[in-house]
Design a protein around this ligand. Structure first.
Ligand code: KE4
Length: 430
């Protein structure tokens, strides 16, 4: 595959944008190659600046659950754009999306739209602190909740991918209010919450971890978290930026039947446009300005184009059996992947929940940050480059997930399986 154009674009980009990218993980540093520049996408197919085509398993990191450039979504954006793109005033369109979110997620009685997942989680934590009058946030090693100061403590996604311990620029005064503990460890969770109950405002968790690779909650983990936080008067925040509207129409909280106090959303609800949201019990949400004293604002929050893209996307997810069909498609694909691993003898531990999955190059089960870090990242890098060269677009990090969408065809998945087998066999010859 030729990448001449992408290489030239990358050189130009690096002159004016840090690392040549607007989000670190896209720089492909951990997989040892330069990024390809994508110029267009349709369904599950990406096209790069050199005209190469790829089957897409990243889906813009989750939003593209119905595939790229879906006519219903593009049409809604086009029609709305002709009426203006941003008013800085309330629009009926915000009510449309808010009502869909509230109807889909019973624990969300009121919702506030923002422009990214980071803004959603950052605002939810501020709200929990304002509501409880307490400061400490408990998070989990390897979970990533965006790049707000409070979260860059043993965070996942790009932070572990690039091996950044936390981040310079985050004052110790902030870090001291964040406690990060092992995912899937109820004993440590219980001890931490009971010991520091009087100072803990909230626990924030990815109900299915997607930023150390896919790590499902151990049986009873979320239920124990809910029981403890309710007993101890601690706000439970589900960061459903990835899982919201993905694991089921009601997200992970419906999938696992565990109800948080606040929920953060993003990705899918914007249909590919910048949207985040946080919502929950009216009793807590009524503390948000202008009703309450907890301040949060945003020039483009509730942007008309983003709202209609979200509405059009959620409408498509209301198709009967959408999530059931997506789950069985993903289940079949992950079984085929595991068969290839067994057949070729390449040790892979595959975690899957719904339509998100990660194949870890390791022989041990991956249940938390420490076990995820045992994965062979250099082997993943070889696999990534080999698959890219064969037109399969995977996440440029072992610590991210692959997304199955409604758009990948049987032909796409067959090609990916075939290329996986080829890549594994080639790997063993190295
Ligand atoms: P954004 O600010 O990137 O919209 O959302 C932050 C965020 C919050 N919570 C969860 C569970 C998330 O996964 C994310 C962002 N996800 C990463 C990929 N896993 C975004 C990719 C990137 O940083 O470029």
């Amino acid at each position: 595959m030729e990448h001449t154009q992408s290489s030239q674009l990358f050189k130009q980009a690096q002159k004016v944008i840090p690392g040549g990218v607007n989000s670190p993980v896209r720089a492909c540093r951990s997989v040892g190659c330069d990024p390809v520049f994508i110029t267009e996408a349709k369904g599950a197919t990406l096209t790069d600046a050199d005209g190469n085509k790829y089957v897409d398993f990243v889906g813009s990191w989750g939003p593209m659950i119905v595939g790229h450039a879906h006519p219903e979504i593009v049409g809604a954006i086009q029609k709305t754009a002709e009426l203006g793109t941003s008013f800085g005033a309330p629009t009926p369109l915000e009510i449309d999306l808010a009502q869909m979110v509230v109807e889909a997620v019973p624990s969300i009685e009121k919702v506030r739209f923002v422009n990214s997942g980071t803004e959603a989680t950052m605002s939810a934590v501020r709200l929990a602190r304002g509501y409880t009058g307490k400061n400490i946030v408990v998070k989990f090693d390897g979970c990533y909740h965006g790049h707000a100061d409070s979260f860059l403590v043993k965070a996942g996604s790009g932070v572990i991918t690039l091996g950044i311990p936390g981040s310079p620029g985050v004052p110790d005064d902030i870090v001291k209010n964040t406690i990060s503990i092992p995912y899937n460890n109820v004993e440590v969770l219980e001890k931490t919450l009971r010991d520091k109950q009087q100072d803990i405002a909230c626990v924030i968790v990815e109900p299915v971890a997607g930023n150390m690779g896919c790590v499902p909650p151990a049986a009873g983990f979320l239920q124990a978290m809910r029981k403890l936080t309710s007993e101890l008067g601690i706000v439970l925040i589900f960061d459903e930026v990835i899982t919201g509207f993905r694991l089921s129409y009601g997200g992970a909280q419906e999938y696992y039947n565990v109800t948080p106090d606040l929920t953060c959303l993003g990705k899918i609800i914007g249909g590919g446009l910048p949207v985040g949201a946080y919502g929950g019990k009216a009793e807590i949400m009524n503390e948000v300005a202008p009703d309450g004293p907890v301040y949060q604002a945003g020039t483009l929050a509730g942007n008309p184009l983003a709202m209609v893209a979200g509405v059009a996307t959620l409408r498509l997810l209301q198709r009967p059996d959408f999530h059931k069909d997506l789950e069985s498609k993903a289940a079949e694909y992950s079984e085929r992947l595991q068969t290839v691993a067994k057949k070729t003898g390449v040790p892979v531990h595959l975690n899957r929940v719904g339509s998100i999955m990660t194949g870890f190059f390791t022989t041990v089960p991956v249940t938390d940050y420490d076990s995820a870090m045992k994965a062979d990242v250099s082997r993943y890098a070889v696999h990534y480059r080999q698959m890219l060269g064969q037109g399969i677009y995977l996440a440029p990090s072992q610590f991210e997930v692959a997304f199955i969408s409604d758009a990948q065809t049987e032909k796409d998945l067959d090609k990916a399986i075939k290329m996986t087998e080829w890549s594994f066999k080639k790997m063993l010859e190295m």
